[in-house]
Design a protein around this ligand. Structure first.
Ligand code: IPE
Ligand code: IPE
Ligand code: MG
Length: 249
């Protein structure tokens, strides 16, 4: 998309109504690569550009939290070769981008079961979390080895353990208790969920946190997702009426 199109979309955006928390299911890398007769990995690699562009747009718009679905719990069922390639891509991208992540005041958080992630990748992720922990710009949650159902099971186990140990009393368990025991403990609920790649499903992503999110499904395959598509999703969001069950005059 050219700069003029961007400029026009930028002018339509209402800067007083920017979603605080945007989550993206970055889907379609494999199909993007197959369309041009390349290996699936080529698409994953190219998808990194879209990740960078989405982060830049989020900073530009003043979005507080961006949560990106990079690797699902179910993705562990893919062939070993693809898993290895994705884990290597993840660690090399973090390594290459860490300086710029720090300079851009981004606070990186990783959500998911890191115990399953190979040590080399895990160490790179943990190092980036530590190095950015005092940053107070964009909160970037990277969902790696993440599944929403598994996240809920984990939260329930921690809570029941605390009940047993009298740290929490059963009567006091409420929505906030659940929020505090999810990987996303510090993030607000999702306002806008975007999924690229043309599928109309949420694939076990943030089930609790998207309970009142606005949903935006786009056909575009992730490596083709640019600022133009992100701004369109924001404009679409701004044209929704969020009633939260109430009646609007
Ligand atoms: C999304 O692209 C990236 C991951 C799930 C890791 P896919 O790899 O799912 O690509 P498609 O959906 O097969 O095209
Ligand atoms: C969802 O995409 C997971 C990520 C984008 C990381 P998938 O390609 O794994 O989802 P399904 O298989 O189409 O549901
Ligand atoms: Mg897919």
């Amino acid at each position: 998309m050219n700069a003029i199109v961007h400029k026009n979309l930028g002018e339509i955006i209402d800067y007083s109504n920017i979603p605080s928390h945007v989550a993206i299911i970055m889907d379609g890398n494999g199909r993007w690569a197959r369309k041009i007769n390349k290996e699936r990995f080529f698409g994953h690699n190219r998808g990194i550009n879209s990740v960078k562009e989405s982060i830049d747009v989020s900073i530009e718009l003043g979005i507080e939290t961006l949560t990106l679905f990079a690797f699902s719990m179910e993705n562990w069922k893919r062939p070993k070769s693809e898993i290895n390639a994705l884990m290597t891509l993840l660690s090399s991208s973090i390594e290459n981008e860490l300086k710029s992540i720090i300079e851009n005041n981004i606070k990186l958080n990783v959500i998911g079961d890191l115990d399953l992630v190979p040590k080399k990748t895990r160490d790179k992720l943990l190092n980036a979390i530590i190095k950015t922990k005092n940053n107070d710009g964009l909160n970037l949650n990277l969902a790696v080895s993440y599944g929403a159902k598994q996240e809920l099971v984990r939260a329930i186990k921690i809570i029941s353990h605390k009940v047993k140990k009298n740290i929490i009393s059963e009567e006091n368990i409420d929505e906030e208790t659940i929020n505090e025991h999810l990987y996303t403990e510090n993030s607000k609920n999702v306002d806008l969920l975007i999924r690229t790649g043309g599928e109309f499903r949420v694939s076990n992503f943030l089930l609790w946190q998207i309970s009142y999110a606005e949903l935006n499904f786009q056909k575009v395959l992730w490596p083709d997702f640019k600022k133009y598509h992100f701004l369109n999703a924001i404009i679409d969001y701004q044209n929704r009426t969020r009633r939260f069950g109430k009646i609007h005059a």
